[in-house]
Write a protein that binds this ligand. Structure first.
Ligand SMILES: NC(=O)c1ccc[n+]([C@@H]2O[C@H](COP(=O)([O-])OP(=O)(O)OC[C@H]3O[C@@H](n4cnc5c(N)ncnc54)[C@H](O)[C@@H]3O)[C@@H](O)[C@H]2O)c1
Length: 244
């Protein structure tokens, strides 16, 4: 089924971190299809360049943990109406084996990048009378599964960041919301973790039994970016097939 169309998104300037693959790539396609002007960054130069040329969007290869480069890419975009803080790395880790450097790297990509991207995007939003920031957390921030304490901690931190920024900048019509996906079937999940056994166990725990696809998540992001959600801010939206 074609998704809803949001006239308010046409011509809006949208910036997406980690947009080359997975849910991010689907959001690049979805916002571009709404007539938005989309810029995105990613480490994956090959996938990023291919997606940009297929969608008429603007890609820059940037490591989101390089704060100066990340902020420079946002400033170079000029106007920003919508910032989607999507970048993440959910590599599994044993708590007792995590070094200080490992922990800092995990926070850098999963938490710090969202804060510093927002820091760069807020002034242009203020200059244009408002904007929308969408942070990507995870239901793992609520469930706290084993084997990824850094990721869980960072994703929980994003819930606080959403509240803090929503309160601070709401008077300037900057809205900040969080999406918490459940297990979304992306290339990376299929390659690394989504075994038939794990998927069967997941389906046993959810109310809805179909796979959650990147397009399902992109549809929610479109709504939270569009003026249709004009009075929604500081909120958390779970999209997890009824798992939580
Ligand atoms: N897929 C899921 O099941 C799921 C579940 C819960 C939450 N989420 C969240 O949704 C968002 C998107 O998830 P996804 O599964 O599409 O992620 P993914 O890991 O498949 O893709 C993330 C993108 O970020 C890029 N990236 C990674 N490190 C980077 C860096 N340092 N600098 C720049 N780019 C970098 C990757 O190349 C990739 O294109 C993430 O925030 C993730 O935590 C996903």
């Amino acid at each position: 089924m074609p998704r809803a169309s949001y006239p308010s998104l046409a011509g809006r300037h949208v910036f997406i971190t980690g947009g080359a693959t997975g849910i991010g790539a689907e959001m690049v396609r979805a916002f571009a299809a709404q007539g938005a002007r989309v810029g995105f960054i990613d480490l994956d130069a090959v996938a990023g360049a291919a997606l940009a040329s297929a969608t008429g969007t603007h890609f820059t290869r940037v490591d989101a943990t390089d704060v100066a480069a990340l902020q420079q890419a946002i400033i170079a975009a000029g106007r920003i109406d919508v910032l989607v803080n999507n970048v993440a790395n959910d590599t599994r880790h044993d708590p007792l084996g995590v070094s200080e450097a490992d922990w800092r790297r995990c926070m850098a990509v999963n938490l710090d990048a969202a804060f510093f991207a927002a820091q760069a995007a807020i002034p242009p939003m203020q200059a244009h009378g408002g904007g929308a920031i969408i942070n990507f957390s995870s239901i793992n921030a609520l469930l706290g599964p084993e084997g990824m304490p850094g990721y869980v901690t960072a994703k929980a931190g994003l819930l606080g960041l959403t509240k803090a920024l929503a309160r601070q900048y709401g008077a300037q019509r900057i809205r900040v919301n969080t999406i918490l996906p459940g297990w979304v079937v992306t290339e990376r999940q299929l390659a690394h973790w989504l075994t038939p056994e794990a998927e069967a166990e997941w389906a046993r725990l959810t109310a809805l039994k179909d796979r959650i696809l990147p397009a399902d998540v992109a549809s929610l992001a479109l709504f939270l970016a569009a003026d249709d959600s004009a009075m929604i801010s500081g909120q958390q939206f779970i999209i997890d097939a009824g798992r939580v």
